[in-house]
Design a protein around this ligand. Structure first.
Ligand SMILES: [Zn+2]
Length: 344
């Protein structure tokens, strides 16, 4: 038995030496025959000698003999592949298999929808103005006619950074910044992110997008405001959409209005509609004529000039336009949702 075990070890060493000398198909075949030939191969002879051992000795020796056989076969196979070169390797690749698909990135649905809104206003001669997302109390509130301790400040839960710095709760501060720098005529929209201390739910988010607009010139009236917003909403939704203006209050406009459109999900026909609560209307815009006090704060003479302002939530409006029941879907990064809006 020990004699056989020694032989197995010996052949493992001599095979390694023989394999190292293989340089072509012919020498490969010679080494193969030397060890594995069915008639006189070294291993074939060792397998025959296995039969002469006592039955209880056979399993152990047989195991190491099989191990050596597998080792030699594997090594010869590797040598063959190494010699084959790239052409042979290519034959093994199935060129008829479909390729792996790569997904292209695309703009976020909210970004696309904001562009749609911007394009409508650009077409009406508005220009786009942007401003900082961190604002001072003055620009976010005071210049917009919210004096300190004014109850209207409580309408929005503000995220403060320090006593004077805050994350803007609306994009209206941009209007103040533009009016400080520029004299009328002014015709701008201000798109951007705004922040409020809200718990996310189907219709509220702590961060969302707004587009606000401001027009200041001689003789601007509520009729201009109404005509502009009607054109905007009909272009964005449809020519047939029903629109209504309701009286409202904002510190920075007088008179003020809220603008509703008919519910795009049930068109007012369902009492159980989750989007409009069965009322048939959804609020989409806040608007009004710029308060004379706001003009005074930026040194524009309210006796000479008048103007209107309006604002809408981009995410909220997108929800109605795409008939999505929950605003949070936009920010959950579920690719099955996001990809529906990808550019084709
Ligand atoms: Zn409805």
């Amino acid at each position: 038995m020990n004699h056989l075990k020694d032989k197995i070890e010996e052949y493992r060493k001599t095979f390694d030496e023989d394999a190292a000398r293989v340089k072509d198909e012919k020498s490969l075949q010679e080494v193969r025959n030397l060890y594995l030939s069915r008639k006189r191969g070294y291993l074939t002879l060792l397998f025959e000698k296995l039969k002469t051992l006592k039955p209880e000795e056979r399993p152990e020796v047989g195991k190491s003999l099989n191990g050596l056989k597998n080792y030699i076969q594997g090594r010869l196979q590797n040598l063959r592949e190494e010699m084959a070169g790239p052409e042979e390797t290519l034959k093994k690749v199935d060129l008829t298999l479909p390729g792996r698909k790569r997904y292209w990135g695309s703009p976020h649905p909210i970004h696309l929808f904001q562009q749609e809104i911007e394009n409508i206003f650009l077409g009406m001669g508005f220009s786009i103005e942007e401003g900082p997302e961190i604002e001072t109390d003055y620009y976010n509130f005071e210049a917009l006619n919210f004096p300190p301790h004014h109850p209207a400040r409580d309408d929005w839960d503000t995220l403060y950074i320090s006593d004077d710095l805050l994350l803007r709760t609306h994009t209206s501060p941009v209007q103040i910044r533009v009016m400080e720098k520029r004299k009328p005529p002014i015709r701008i929209i201000n798109p951007g992110k705004v922040f409020r201390k809200e718990s996310p739910d189907p219709t509220h988010l702590p961060m969302f997008y707004q587009v606000e607009g401001l027009v200041v010139d001689h003789g601007i009236s509520f009729a201009h405001l109404k005509g502009t917003l009607e054109y905007f909403l009909k272009t964005l939704f449809s020519e047939k959409i029903k629109i209504r203006f309701r009286p409202s209050f904002f510190p920075f406009t007088e008179p003020s209005a809220e603008v509703d459109i008919e519910c795009t999900v049930c068109t007012g026909k369902s009492k159980e509609c989750r989007v409009c609560g069965g009322g048939g209307w959804v609020e989409i815009l806040g608007a009004g004529m710029v308060d004379p006090q706001v003009f005074k704060n930026v040194n524009i003479d309210p006796e000479k000039y008048s103007g209107y302002a309006f604002g809408l939530g981009v995410d909220r409006t997108a929800m109605f336009a795409y008939q999505i029941p929950d605003m949070r879907y936009f920010y959950e990064n579920d690719l099955r949702f996001i990809r529906q809006f990808a550019l084709k």
